[in-house]
Design a protein around this ligand. Structure first.
Ligand SMILES: NC(=O)C1=CN([C@@H]2O[C@H](COP(=O)(O)OP(=O)(O)OC[C@H]3O[C@@H](n4cnc5c(N)ncnc54)[C@H](O)[C@@H]3O)[C@@H](O)[C@H]2O)C=CC1
Ligand SMILES: O=P(O)(O)OC[C@H]1O[C@](O)(CO)[C@@H](O)[C@@H]1O
Length: 410
């Protein structure tokens, strides 16, 4: 029998990154999703295309050998597929891991194949597979947990490839950037050995890779998104063409680079080259990437281990500079009430209903005694005060107040 991978989340990264490389590695891919339109499209087609776009032109790959199951309506089928699969991956968003865990737990529990299942969560989050594993274990009988290692092995990963929102008329086809990086821990596979997926860079220690990625790619990308949206830019490329925003992004990256070089064994020169690659990537004019997509889910992005508070907290602990990161936090706090982004409404509510210190605790998870805490409280206070000021103005003046609130943006 051929190799089989079950992939949760047939969205942009699922189709345009994970499935592409699983397919290239010779796996049959079984997509699992809850969105009828995606499942129907995957069930009624035999192939879709992944097109890499860059200055060098376009190059297209055709993805075949897949099936799809809707876990909302066919959970038992998903469980059966997992029981005989080689690999389970997911790209559903870190907040969805708890919803996919029960079905994975059931599939793992009935496995009788000699080789354990390899579980790799492909989310933008530190330790996403560990998080998924925690949820899977909480849905597994305590007696069965003792032998879990015979049935499943779990490895954390870092994934990097910009897949913007797609043209609604493009069906399953995906337009993406050429660059990609998929780094996965190899130690959890021990003597069994890791799955044979050539696109993966297998490493002993993931932390330097995932911190470097999250605190460079995602910190800079989200900074451009939040400053860009505030300045009325539509896309990240447009934001990055603005000399003020580009300068801010560079300042922020100087701070995260100082942490990465100080903490991990990465040379300053190597980090600088990485920074330049990332700036070029996020400035890519061939990717129509909206500031709303890149800024999405601000509550997650403002949380304790994430792209802003994560590095700023570590810099504060080391007595190093973090003020540019605070600027990104300030702009992220202004990503409120954005259409189709539930978290942006949650953010507005938290800021409206809490004191600056309580809002800081709720949003960032920072301990009140942490050296970064009071600086973030000040920023929260500032954003809350602006909202109160604007709320007091008669409606016709609100537009003016907003334009006065943007003097720093060219
Ligand atoms: N788009 C990008 O450039 C990158 C995204 N990522 C990460 O990949 C993950 C997915 O991102 P995208 O593909 O952009 O999002 P997306 O929204 O395009 O795809 C997510 C998919 O998950 C599905 N889903 C939601 N709940 C589900 C459930 N309970 N069971 C099965 N499927 C479910 C959705 O229907 C959707 O098809 C996120 O963690 C993101 O941070 C990482 C690197 C790059
Ligand atoms: O949901 P998140 O954390 O923004 O993840 C998607 C992000 O990951 C990246 O693709 C980088 O790999 C960004 O382009 C993109 O904004």
């Amino acid at each position: 029998m051929g190799k089989k991978a079950i992939h949760f989340g047939g969205g942009n990264i699922g189709r345009g990154f994970v499935a592409e490389f699983l397919h290239t590695a010779g796996y049959e891919v079984v997509f699992v999703d809850v969105m009828d339109s995606i499942i129907n499209a995957l069930q009624t087609t035999k192939s879709y295309q992944v097109t890499e776009v860059s200055e060098g032109g376009e190059s297209t790959k055709t993805i075949t050998n897949y099936r799809a199951i809707n876990s909302k309506t066919h959970e038992a089928d998903v469980i059966q597929e997992i029981s005989t699969a080689d690999v389970v991956t997911c790209a559903v968003g870190p907040n969805i891991l708890k919803f996919i865990a029960p079905v994975i737990a059931k599939g793992i529990d009935i496995r009788s194949t000699p080789k354990p299942l390899a579980v790799i969560a492909c989310e933008n989050a530190i330790g996403a597979t560990d998080t998924l594993r925690g949820f899977i274990e909480s849905h597994t009988d305590s007696e069965r947990l003792k032998t879990m290692g015979e049935r499943a092995q779990y490895a954390n990963s870092a994934i990097d490839r910009i897949v913007p929102a797609q043209d609604p008329n493009s069906g399953l086809n995906v337009r993406i950037e050429k660059f990609y990086e998929w780094v996965v821990e190899k130690t959890p596979f021990g003597s069994v050995g890791h799955p044979d997926i050539p696109a993966i860079h297998w490493v002993d220690h993931l932390e330097p890779y995932i911190e470097r990625k999250l605190f460079t790619v995602n910190t800079s990308h989200a900074t451009a998104a939040y400053y860009g949206r505030y300045a009325g830019k539509k896309t990240i490329a447009e934001a990055m063409r603005d000399s003020y925003i580009r300068g801010v992004v560079r300042d922020v990256l100087k701070e995260t680079a100082s942490l990465i070089v100080d903490k991990h064994e990465i040379e300053a020169q190597e980090q600088q080259e990485y920074v330049e690659t990332i700036i070029a990537r996020i400035s890519n004019p061939y990717l129509e990437d909206s500031v709303e997509r890149v800024g999405r889910a601000p509550l997650r992005k403002l949380s304790r281990k994430e792209r802003f508070i994560g590095p700023a907290a570590q810099l504060a602990e080391r007595g190093m500079k973090y003020d540019s990161l605070l600027g990104s936090v300030e702009m992220a706090l202004r990503f409120q009430n954005v259409d189709e982004d539930e978290e942006s409404f949650g953010l507005a509510k938290i800021l409206k209903e809490n004191s600056p210190a309580d809002a800081t605790v709720q949003l960032t998870g920072l301990e009140r005694s942490h050296p970064l805490f009071s600086a973030v409280v000040k920023v929260v206070d500032q954003v809350q005060s602006e909202a109160k000021y604007v709320a007091l103005l008669p409606a016709p003046l609100v537009g003016d107040a907003r334009s006065h609130a943007q003097p720093r943006i060219c």
